[in-house]
Design a protein around this ligand. Structure first.
Ligand code: NAD
Length: 286
């Protein structure tokens, strides 16, 4: 299924990337953010990233201009109402997502599909806030969206087959590889990644090896493009801790218990790259 108009709600890190790939695939996009400054930043980021693709020869200047023209910025959620598919990318706060979905359910046409880019909140719980749980689904894009190929398509308990099919097809039309997974805490991506990062932090805490050595073992020995501690620094240690808390709380299994050293780094404000320091030091250029 193809959608002529898509609305993306939230123009931050993920939302502007989602708008970017939709517009480049020829789809009209309404990009909504309640904060006008964030909306401007989101559109400017799309512009900059399209320029980068042009300079690398990946798109033509005509494609860049057309893509930018297809994005209509808006600050009011009601303007998302005309789209056949809405992709929500507001911050990872359950109450906020529930509120946005309740509003979208009232605003969007009865046959529209409502998708969330959440990394950890239950799609089944979000869907239950609407009168159309069969048409609610997860579209978990990866960061940076224009570069990363995967869309983890999350099927909630009540998601219809037709919704899954439409979103799988649409994701493929964006040039992505969609993979269907069921709605369990952390889905597949974070269910597998977060414990690996956590185990690397335990290894560091227990003095099995230094951070650099742990990362080198995983890069050269397991062919990972980045070591787990460097990846944790990139994701943000606060985000890693949040994901582990969700897995630990919802699955109730101690194998997801966040490492005390991870908690300590977050408490210290050593949140990774964005703070200049995490398991590696980014300020001294190491
Ligand atoms: P972000 O903070 O960069 O952007 C969120 C945007 O939503 C902000 O611009 C904010 O102004 C806007 N917003 C807040 N409330 C709104 C509302 N009621 N209506 C419209 N806009 C509103 O966040 P992000 O990193 O882009 O994350 C968005 C979602 O994507 C989260 O659910 C997150 O878990 C998920 N996600 C993030 C990443 C990542 O690496 N950042 C990766 C995968 C999934």
């Amino acid at each position: 299924m193809n959608f002529e108009r898509v609305a993306v709600v939230g123009a931050g890190t993920m939302g502007n990337g989602i708008a970017h790939v939709c517009a480049l695939a020829g789809i009209e996009v309404t990009l909504v953010d309640s904060d006008p400054a964030a909306l401007d930043r989101g559109v400017a980021t799309v512009d900059r990233n399209l320029q980068r693709q042009l300079s690398k020869g990946r798109i033509s200047d005509a494609e860049r201009i057309r893509a930018l023209d297809r994005i209509v910025p808006a600050t009011e959620l009601r303007l998302a109402g005309g789209a056949g598919l809405v992709v929500e990318a507001v911050p990872e706060v359950a109450a906020l997502k529930f509120d946005v979905f309740e509003q979208l359910d009232r605003l969007a046409p009865g046959d529209a599909i409502l998708a969330s880019n959440t990394s950890s909140i239950s799609i089944t719980a979000i869907a239950a806030r609407t009168s159309r749980p069969g048409q609610v689904i997860g579209m978990h894009f990866m960061n940076p969206v224009p570069v990363m190929k995967l869309v983890e398509v999350i099927r909630g308990l009540r998601t219809d087959d037709a919704t899954v099919e439409a979103v799988m097809e649409f994701s493929a039309a964006l040039g992505k590889t969609p993979v269907e997974v069921r709605d369990f805490p952390g889905f597949v991506s974070n269910r597998v990644l977060a414990p690996m990062i956590n185990e690397a932090v335990f290894a560091l805490m227990e003095g099995v090896a230094e951070a650099e050595a742990i990362d080198t073992v995983m890069k050269l020995g397991m062919n990972h493009p980045m070591g787990p501690l460097a990846l944790a620094d990139l994701i943000g240690l606060d985000t890693c801790l949040n994901i582990l808390e969700v897995l630990h709380g919802e699955l109730g299994d101690d194998r997801y218990r966040p490492c005390p050293l991870l908690r300590q780094y977050v408490a210290a404000g050593w949140l990774g790259r964005k703070a200049g320091r995490g398991f590696h030091d980014y300020e001294s250029g190491r």
